[in-house]
Design a protein around this ligand. Structure first.
Ligand SMILES: NC(=O)c1ccc[n+]([C@@H]2O[C@H](COP(=O)([O-])OP(=O)(O)OC[C@H]3O[C@@H](n4cnc5c(N)ncnc54)[C@H](O)[C@@H]3O)[C@@H](O)[C@H]2O)c1
Length: 388
């Protein structure tokens, strides 16, 4: 598949770096509403910069990654579909269910795939957690708790405005990682309730180059959700940019036979810890899953596995094989409905029943994951990466 990238901002470098690692894939061209950004990226990564219209008309491009800002996702995804190309959209798929349904209709009309990030749940750690749950390591999961909390985004992202405008907020931005992994581990959500809060009406950017500029906060920046899964499990999710420090784990699942501590689903790796009825904690052996192998060294976070774009590679393999991709549209639409439900439920103070559902994506085992790569990842090849 020849891939076009629309959106040449902060995260595009990861796609430029990672797409060529996968079999039968290369980046053919890039575009951005800000043509200078596309030209800069094209020069850095040795691809051609086109206008968005030119990229959509380019018949050599089979699929387009939509890495624009969330408010532009629906419009850009629909335009890619109308141009007759498959889409891999960064998260969130859209801002609300009306956008999700618009994309659904456009995908049906075009007969093309729409897949959506995150693909981090395909990571070695989360596939290990999935295998543990499927093997009954903690029995039947009855409850759980998830926490993704920090003081915000204005201290690292160079253009943090979109995080605090409609389409931003911690649920649409970080919720996809947590909800995708919960769906991977537990299946679809049946109903939910939520509450919201906002610490500040305005924030001051401290990252460069706009340090000192103010950003107006239009969205709730703390959301607390109760998620009831079709399986019967009930899980809390707190997503906040109003918290300076805390002591909560990212994700804990509690079962009839024990507990499972699952690492941050924003990343592909990390320790998966099981505690049995005897109270003894054991780190599950990582095995040789290629998406567990670390490939980046960050200044503050140390070694990390960052295989973003593997969901795109898996989509390409699924299209070639004529099967449903793992980061499928039905999964993305369900996750969007859960996030929209959290926002709407919090604003209205009401329980929200889900209208959509989805299958759990099939596990991605070691061999199938390795088959997606041109060369199987091996430890010790970490490239240095500035902390994000
Ligand atoms: N930054 C990260 O670490 C990160 C990680 C994972 C996912 N994401 C997701 O990736 C997406 C992009 O994030 P980012 O941090 O790179 O944002 P960014 O603001 O740095 O870059 C977005 C780019 O999209 C372009 N753009 C906006 N609207 C457009 C349109 N209609 N047509 C063409 N180009 C348009 C902008 O000019 C900009 O260059 C977001 O959905 C975000 O949630 C970001």
């Amino acid at each position: 598949m020849r891939i076009g990238l629309i959106g040449c901002g902060n995260i595009s470098a990861t796609y430029f770096k990672n797409v060529p690692l996968f079999k039968d894939m290369e980046v053919g061209a890039c575009a951005d509403i800000n043509h200078e950004a596309a030209q800069r990226a094209a020069e850095q990564w040795g691809v051609k910069a086109l206008s968005v219209d030119e990229l959509l008309k380019d018949e050599s491009i089979d699929a387009v990654v939509n890495i624009t800002i969330p408010a532009a996702h629906c419009e850009v995804t629909c335009r890619i579909l109308e141009a007759g190309k498959h889409v891999y959209s960064e998260k969130p798929l859209g801002l609300d269910m009306a956008e999700g349904r618009r994309i659904e209709a456009a995908a049906k009309a075009a007969g093309k795939q729409v897949c959506s990030a995150p693909d981090t749940y395909l990571g070695g750690a989360h596939q290990l957690a999935r295998a543990a749950i499927d093997d009954g390591a903690i029995g039947r999961v009855t409850s759980g708790s998830c926490h993704v909390m920090s003081p915000g985004m204005e201290m690292w992202h160079p253009n943090p405005d979109f995080f605090f405008q409609r389409g931003g907020g911690p649920v649409l931005d970080l919720g996809p990682y947590y909800i995708s992994n919960l769906v991977n581990l537990l299946g679809p959500v049946k109903r939910l309730a939520a509450m919201e809060n906002k610490a500040w009406e305005e924030r001051t950017i401290t990252s460069e180059p706009r340090s000192g500029e103010k950003v107006k906060v239009d969205v709730a920046t703390t959301l607390m959700a109760l998620l009831e899964f079709a399986s019967g499990a009930k899980v809390t999710l707190t997503a906040s940019w109003d918290v300076w420090a805390h002591r909560h784990e990212n994700m804990e699942l509690y079962g009839t036979e024990g507990s499972l501590y699952v690492p941050d689903p924003n990343f592909f790796d990390g320790e998966v810890v099981k505690v049995g009825r005897d109270g003894k904690a054991a780190t599950l052996p990582a095995g040789d899953h290629p998406l567990y192998v670390t490939n980046e060294t960050h200044e503050h976070m140390g070694k990390l596995a960052n295989w973003r774009a593997v969901g795109l590679a898996e989509m390409a393999a699924a299209v070639a094989a004529g099967r449903e991709p793992r980061c499928s549209f039905s999964r993305a639409l369900h996750i969007l409905e859960v996030m929209a439900g959290i926002l709407d439920g919090a604003a209205a103070g009401k329980f929200v029943e889900m209208e959509t559902s989805c299958e759990r994506p099939a596990p991605l085992g070691t061999e199938e994951a390795a088959a997606l790569f041109k060369e199987k990842p091996v430890p010790g090849n970490e490239r240095s990466h500035k902390d994000e």
